[in-house]
Design a protein around this ligand. Sequence first.
Ligand code: C2E
Ligand code: CA
Ligand code: CA
Ligand code: CA
Length: 274
Amino acid sequence: AKASGTNRVEFYDRRVNQEFYEYFHVENDLRKALDRGEFELYVQPQFHTTTGELCGEEVLVRWQHPTQGMIGPSKFISIAEETGLIVPIGEWVLREACKLKAKWIKAGFPKVPMSVNLSLKQFLQKNIVQTIEMILNETGLPPEYLDLEVTESVTVDLDRTLDVLNRLIQLGVRISLDDFGTGYSSLQYVGQLPIHELKIDQSFVKKIGDGKHGEAIISMIIHLGHSLQLKVIAEGVETKQQLAFLKNKGCDYVQGYYYSKPLTVDQYKQFLRV
Ligand code: C2E
Ligand code: CA
Ligand code: CA
Ligand code: CA
C-alpha cells in the first residue's frame, strides 16, 4: 500500500510538473509569436441556407509554431486569455482581418461581411471602441463589412456592455452573439442586447437527428431570434441532414464542413475563383 501510495504521489507530481512546463512554455512562446509573425488567418465561408449563396466569412486564427507546426486556437486561446496576451493577439487579428477585407472589397471580391472573434478580455478593454474605430480608419474598411462575434459572457457587466455595443453599432459595424445557448444568460439578456445576429452553437447542431431536445432547442433559438428581428446562423454544419433540418426550420445562414473547412487565404481565393 505504501509503495503504491508513493507511486501515486510521484505520478501526480510529474503530471502537474508537465502541465506547468507546457503552460510555461506556451506562454513564453506566445509572447514571441506576435513579433515573429507566427500567427496566420484562416477563413471559413458562411452561406444562405436557402440558396447556398455566400453571405459572409469568419476569420479564425492559427499559430504556425516553428517546431510544433500548426496549432489551433483551442490549444492557446485560453492561455492567451489568462495571461492577457489575447489583447495584443486579438488586436493583430482584427487589424489583419480589416486590412485583408478592405483589399478584397477594392479588388471586387464578394461584398459580404467578415466576422472576427472578440474575446471577453478584449471586449472589456477600456479603449476597445477607439481601437476598433482606429483600425477601421487605418485600413479604410467600410464598417458594414466588419462583424464582431462576442459571446454571452459579455453580460457579466451588462451596463458597460450595453454602452460598448451601442457605441460599436454607432460606428456602423455588425454584432453577432456567438456560441448562443451555451451560457447562463442566454434568455435573460438576449432581448436587451443591441445585436444583429444569433449564432447557434455547434453543440446543438451535433444533436440534429437524435430526435431529442437538441432539435427543440434549435427551433426555439430560431424562433427567438426572428421574433427579436435578428438573423440566425448555425455553426458546425457537417451533414446534408443537418442542413435540411436547418433549412426546414428557417435558419438564415449556415457555416461548417458541409460546405467548407476554414481555409488559408490562398485556398479561400481559389474557392471564390477570384
Ligand atoms: P468558434 O468561434 O466557435 O469557431 C468555430 C470553430 O468551429 C472553429 O474552430 C472552426 O474551425 C470549427 N468548425 C467550423 N465548422 C465546423 C464543422 O463543421 N465541424 C466541426 N467539428 N468544427 C467546425 P477553431 O478554428 O479551432 O477555433 C476554436 C475557437 O477558438 C473559436 O470557436 C473561437 O472561440 C476561438 N478563436 C478562433 N480564432 C480566434 C480569434 O482570432 N480571437 C479569439 N478571441 N478567439 C478565436
Ligand atoms: Ca466565432
Ligand atoms: Ca462560436
Ligand atoms: Ca462555438
